[in-house]
Design a protein around this ligand. Sequence first.
Ligand SMILES: C[S@@+](CC[C@H](N)C(=O)[O-])C[C@H]1O[C@@H](n2cnc3c(N)ncnc32)[C@H](O)[C@@H]1O
Length: 291
Amino acid sequence: MLAEPHADALAQDGQAATGTEHASRTTWWKPLYLFEFMDLPWLPQGLRHTLREILECVSTPPFRTYYRWVARETLQQARRVGVTQVVELGAGTARITATMAAMASRGEDAPNGLGTGSMVFVCCDNNPDVPAYEALARRFGPHVRPIYEPIDLAEPRQWGPDSLLVLSATLHHIPHSARSEVLRNLCHSGNGVLVFEPLRRTIWSMLYVLLSIVPALVVPLRFAGRAGRLRRVLWCWLLPVAPLLFCWDGIVSCLRQWTRIEWDRAAAEAGCRCKLGESLFCQCAYLRRAS
Ligand SMILES: C[S@@+](CC[C@H](N)C(=O)[O-])C[C@H]1O[C@@H](n2cnc3c(N)ncnc32)[C@H](O)[C@@H]1O
């Protein structure tokens, strides 16, 4: 199992970026922005869903604890800043919303008694997984409020000052040239923005992505108790394109990531303060508007 960054990475390993020295440095190459299969509108919906499930499989035990780390870190940040609503943008199968809602209902995130039990969790995506959202709404009642219509995170929208926005493995789907503007809008549409990425632009992350062929092949067994068994067997075993497309998307995702210097520059452009935490494979940025 891979260690995710320490739960308090945000509080410890960050720095403010408001036109810092880093922002004025230049990188010697322009980061590539190749296509990801998951972004292609013509991709069969069943194959897209299988790619999301592979991501879910590689992000949870026994392979990684990424989703738990994201959920715990987000709940802790929500308590620190005192918001009442957490909005997950680009939620995919909304497993992070599910994990946060489950942790909050058990009081698991609040060892010191400052609970998030009354918090509301909103999940949305530009390609919403309606059955998954309906299941969450049934399970958690008024604590989870999915948005069933497509929500494009690049479109400005007011979520309200009581909202913490969270993006996991999603910001890299926005082209480099548009990201600063999107971050500016997000910072102005809520109390703050948490951006998590399970990969970095490093050779280690790319090698790690290639290993995900193993969990990808395990997916039909791992989710055998869920609807969609035939679909998973088709795309992972009979016509095993999903594991290959997942590896391609993973490598491209690594190339789309930002380094610390690029984060600092983008945050300065967006008029945000940015705390960045990094570990071997993950990044977590917390952004708030500078004034
Ligand atoms: C790699 S998946 C991550 C899903 C989920 N956040 C997770 O960590 O498992 C990226 C998600 O971002 C969504 N997405 C991509 N571009 C988007 C946009 N402009 N607005 C909203 N969602 C977007 C995709 O539909 C997809 O569900």
